[in-house]
Structure formats: C-alpha cells, structure tokens
Design a protein around this ligand. Structure first.
Ligand SMILES: Cc1cc2nc3c(=O)[nH]c(=O)nc-3n(C[C@H](O)[C@H](O)[C@H](O)COP(=O)(O)O)c2cc1C
Ligand code: SF4
Length: 594
C-alpha cells in the first residue's frame, strides 16, 4: 500500500490542493481510504489527520470504511422515483442478496442511493464505480448481478449499459451551429480582446448557472484587480436535480466551451483555467482530456496561443466527489483547493479573491459556450433575441411526464405553454422550473415566460402530470436539501433536518393544522437565516407548493389539534415492563382529540 500511495502523492507533486485527486485515486484502488493511508498522507503532505478525515467525511464519494469492489449507486432523483426506482432498487438488493446502504459480507459489492446523477432523460440511472449507468430495468439488473458475481471488470461490461445520449430535440442560436475550433479566438484577436469584451457587454449575456450576473461585468471586475495572477473556472458541477444540459454541452460542444474559457483568459489575462467536473460525469473525463490535448496541438492552449506573444493559458480538469454544495462558486473554489466545500463569506467575491485568494472568474458551462459564439457573431446578434432583461437563448433540460425528455434551446421570453407543447406534455399538474431550488408552478401559470424577470432557471424543467402526488415530490426535494446541506451554519444544518422531519410527519398522516403553520414558520427561518444559496432556497419546494396546492396538504392532516413527533408513551415501555404493568392507567395519551 505504501508504495502505491507514495506513487499517487508523487503523481500530484505532493500538492495539498490536489488532496481530492489523491483521495480519489486511493479510493479507486482500495475501495476506501484506510487509517494507515490517512496517517501516511498526513505525514507526507503535512496536513493534520483530522483535516483529511473531515474532507473524506464531507464528500459522498469518499469513504473511510470499505465499499464493495463493485460500488453501485442508484439515483434518487424525483424522475427516477417516478420510473419506479424504489422497486428496482429493492429488486437489485434482493438479487445481490444484500441490504441497501451496506457492504455485502464477502466485500464484493455494495449498493446505495445517491443524489440525482444528471441522467433524468434516460433513467432510472445509477453509477458503478463512478461510471454512469442508464436505462436500468429488471433485465439489465439481472445482467449486472451476473457480471458482478462472475467478477467481470467494469471495463468489460456491455457498452450499451453506459450509453449516454444527448437527446437534443430543439436547437437554437447556440446548439444549431457550433463554431470551429479556434474560430472564436481568431475573431477576438482580430477585433482586439478588449473590443470583444465590449461585444459581450452589448450581447447582454447573463450567467446561465442561475444567478444571472452580467458576464461582461464579472470579467471586467476581474481584469481590473491589481493582482496579476488570475484564474478562469468553468463550473460543471451541475448538481441541481433535473439539470443535465452541461453534460450534453461537454459531450458534444466541448471545444466551444474551452474556447469561451480561453477568450475569457485573454481578456482578464489569466494563465490557468480549471474545469470543475462533477464526479457523476466521470465518463466525460477522458474524452475531455483528449480534447484539451487536441487543442494544445492546434496551439489553442499552451504558450503563445495562436502566435499571440505572451498569451499563455492552459486548462486542467478537476473532478468533484459528490457534493451538490460544490456548485456554489466559493464552495467550488474551496474544493479546488483540496478542502471541504464550505461556502465562503462574500464579499470578497471570487473576482477579487477566488482560487488561492487570487482574482478568479467562475462561469457556468453554457455561459462560456455563449461567449465563444458571441466572439464570432458579435454582441448584437445575441441581443436581438430574448426579452428586455434576458437576452439570447436558454438551454433547458426537460424531464418528467412528457413524450420527449431531453435538451431544448429557447429564446428567452418563450411561454411555459409552448415548452409543454413541444415536449409532448399533457394532463399537466405542475412544473418545477429551476430544480428544487427554483419555483414550482401550477399549470394555470402556463402563460408565464422563461426569463430572469419572470421564471429564472439554471436549466432544470421537470414536468408532473395529474397522477403525481405533490407531497411525494416535495418530500423528495426536502430530503435532498437535508442530505446536501454542508452543515456549516445552524439555520440550514438543523433547519433542513427539521423541515424533513416535519414534512415526513405530515406526509405520514400524523400532522395537524398546527403542524402546517409550524412548517411554514420553519421555512421562513431557514430561508432568511442561512449562510448561502442552498439554505436560502431549501424551503422553496414547500413554500411554493403550500401557496399553490394547500388542499394537497390539508388532505393529509389528521382531525386533531396536535400529535407530538416524539412518542412519549412508547418511550415508557421499559418502565412499564419493570413495574409489570400494562393497564390503561400506565399509558399516556398524547393525541388531543378535537
Ligand atoms: C447550492 C448552489 C449550487 C449551485 N450549483 C451550480 C452549478 O452546478 N453550476 C453553476 O454553474 N452554478 C451553480 N451555482 C451558482 C454559482 O454559485 C455561480 O453563481 C455560477 O457558477 C456563476 O456562473 P454564471 O455567472 O455563468 O452563472 C450554484 C449556487 C448554489 C447556491
Ligand atoms: S446554508 Fe447550508 S449549505 Fe450553505 S453554508 Fe449554511 S449549512 Fe452550508
């Protein structure tokens, strides 16, 4: 073990910012990171043992105790649940003869749930040793069980098990005509890089990761910082359930994304870029490395790019380890530095103090894709499309109850009704726009528009038909936030756990009218007191459905004024046994009948 770990440390030049890569490699070899491995890393990297342990405990894909040689995870996304994932998981467990969440006694296989893997258009989905599995069904599960029992290496499994389709159903401004490799850079150098920044300004482009900050302004702020060491980061964490458009952009438009990053580097004068790729997209890692290599050969990365003296820039890919919070830009930067992804205090913003406290631009994959095309076509070309405050197009990931889930590109200002018609959605109950952290709208709102000033979305668009139970959906989203809370601040750490408990009480049929009032109060508390966007939006699914579908909550309530969440009578069982009593007088009634 010692030799292997030393070789991993050497591979990453004993750099502490590469701790996540080092831990990933050890985990891949030994299915966990053992105490002796932690000791060795601590002494070789000069990091306290406790710090390494806290990093391992933070990320879902890292483990201090063994997982199976075949570690299988099944996506817990709402769209997978709608495809009867729960039954499939139980079937999987019974065929593998193990309990979900545990390692089988022979150490060969483990099976567990995981948060949305970004395959909502081709679920039920999962991961085996980090690689995406799609279109799971019983015959496929049977085949996988056989492969596991025969100990066939994952690399030799049938390739169709790992097939990930783009499913582009509607291409617009950006998707229908990608640029040639180098075309954006050439146009930008010809025009002058500062003039290209002006074009991006004219385009009105706002960040596509959700918050919608003006891209040209972000780049300008960064370029005006005193520090000369600057960084460009592409946020490909894409953890919002129901979002998978960045997966498609990196699969089929990666040149253009890297080109956007390089144009940004030329404008802000950065020398190093990072693509922070969510761990769930491990299947994209090698193809993306190949594209980077191709770009180096084309002199689109490296030294004196396209013969521009002193313009040196390269891009590294860093893999995430299963933590939704690492999509938040400051948490992402912490993760890039090899730490737990705990969001920083802001200000200072990344543009002034980002990676290694140096000025850093962080943008979404789609934002970089758009900048490269704008560099070729000019800003007005983009600004001519969309609405007053939302220029250009938005790429949606559509899933749930519709005939054609997949990728759709729309001019901003398009109505929800139009989107529903195009993807073949009928009998719609509601739509989750922007994922769990976004807004749940009712079908009566189908004339609302996709736009920052109306319905903003990072790309997630999940459709639910009338057969769906609103509370099941909200429960799934609320559990997701409780699971993904990074635990740093109390309102979110405790609040999301309490939201989950309170909602479960109601959905399990133990709630009273007072519980709904308490739930709403708790929502406001979490929303208004949390440190970052995760906590501030974690109550959105409850709040937006309470407002629109109060009757769905009412239906679940008991005709009682209050029932405690804690079963006091059951807790007195031991005392009753000791006293040898079980008569009515030895029991407590907690439920106040109306
Ligand atoms: C909990 C949380 C998760 C986020 N996840 C992502 C993500 O996966 N991808 C992304 O681009 N932005 C994500 N963001 C937004 C980023 O913090 C940041 O605003 C964005 O990367 C900036 O890029 P843009 O200006 O191009 O949108 C997330 C924010 C929060 C609060
Ligand atoms: S709001 Fe939640 S996710 Fe954000 S810092 Fe606090 S605990 Fe972490």
């Amino acid at each position: 073990m010692q030799t292997f770990i030393q070789s991993v440390i050497d591979k990453y030049a004993a750099s502490t910012v590469r701790l996540l890569d080092i831990l990933r490699d050890i985990q891949a070899e030994y299915q966990h990171i053992s105490s002796p491995a932690i000791e060795l890393l601590s002494s070789q990297l000069n990091i306290p043992r406790t710090q390494i342990i806290s990093v391992i405990e933070f990320y879902s894909f890292l483990h201090a105790s063994p997982t199976g040689k075949y570690d299988i995870l099944i996506s817990d996304s709402i769209t997978d649940l709608m495809l009867d994932k729960e039954n499939l998981l139980n079937y999987f467990a019974s065929q593998l003869k193990l309990t979900v969440g545990e390692l089988r006694s022979d150490g060969l296989v483990s099976l567990n749930n995981t948060s949305c893997t970004g395959m909502c258009d081709q679920g039920p989905a999962g991961l085996v040793n980090g690689y995406a599995l799609t279109h799971l069904d019983r015959p496929r599960v049977d085949a996988i069980v056989k492969l596991v029992e025969q100990q066939v290496p994952v690399a030799e499994w049938p390739s169709e098990f790992f097939q990930v389709d783009d499913n582009i159903h509607q291409a617009g401004l950006l998707l229908q005509a990608p640029i040639q490799a180098g075309e954006g850079l050439k146009a930008s150098f010809k025009r002058g890089v500062q003039k290209t920044l002006q074009e991006i300004d004219i385009s009105g482009l706002r960040g596509r990761g959700g918050a919608g900050f003006k891209t040209a302004m972000k780049w300008r702020f960064c370029s005006e910082e005193q520090e000369t060491e600057r960084y460009v980061v592409c946020n490909a964490d894409e953890g919002e359930p129901g979002t998978f458009k960045d997966r498609v952009l990196l699969n089929s438009y990666a040149h253009q994304v890297f080109e956007g990053m390089t144009i940004c580097a030329s404008i802000i004068n950065a020398q190093q870029g990072f693509l922070y790729l969510r761990g769930e997209y491990l299947h994209l890692y090698q193809p993306l490395l190949d594209i980077l290599e191709e770009r180096r050969k084309l002199n689109l990365l490296g030294k004196n790019i396209l013969d521009q003296q002193h313009f040196n820039f390269d891009i590294e890919i860093r893999l995430g380890c299963g933590a939704y919070i690492c999509g938040e830009e400051s948490a992402l930067i912490e993760s890039l530095e090899g730490k737990r992804g705990i969001p920083r205090n802001r200000p200072p913003y990344p543009v002034s103090q980002g990676y290694l406290n140096k000025p850093t631009v962080v943008n979404n994959v789609e934002t970089f894709l758009a900048t490269a095309k704008i560099a070729v076509e000019g800003g007005q070309w983009f600004a001519d499309i969309g609405t007053e405050q939302s220029k250009g197009t938005k790429i949606l990931s559509i899933s749930g109850d519709c005939a054609k889930s997949g990728i759709y590109e729309y001019p901003f200002g398009t109505s929800i009704a139009q989107v529903l018609e195009d993807c073949g959605a009928t009998d719609v109950l509601g739509i989750q726009v922007g994922g769990p952290s976004g807004t749940f709208i009712d079908i009566s709102e189908d004339q609302r528009k996709l736009a920052f000033e109306d319905l903003a979305t990072g790309g997630s668009f999940i459709i639910f038909n009338q057969s769906r139970n609103i509370l099941d959906i909200v429960k799934n989203f609320t559990h997701f936030f409780a699971h993904e809370s990074c635990g740093f601040c109390t309102p979110c750490r405790v609040g999301t756990a309490l939201l989950k408990k309170q909602l479960d009480k109601i959905t399990d049929g133990h709630g009273s009218a007072g519980d709904v009032v308490a739930l709403e109060e708790l929502c406001q508390l979490v929303k208004n007191n949390s440190h970052c966007g995760l906590g501030q939006t974690a109550a959105n699914p409850i709040l937006s459905t309470l407002e629109r579908y109060p009757e769905h909550y009412q239906k679940q309530l008991k005709a009682i004024s209050y029932e405690p969440g804690f079963d006091l009578d059951a807790s007195l069982e031991t005392a009753r046994r000791l006293a040898n009593r079980d008569d009515a007088g030895a029991h407590l009634s907690q439920v106040e009948e109306d």
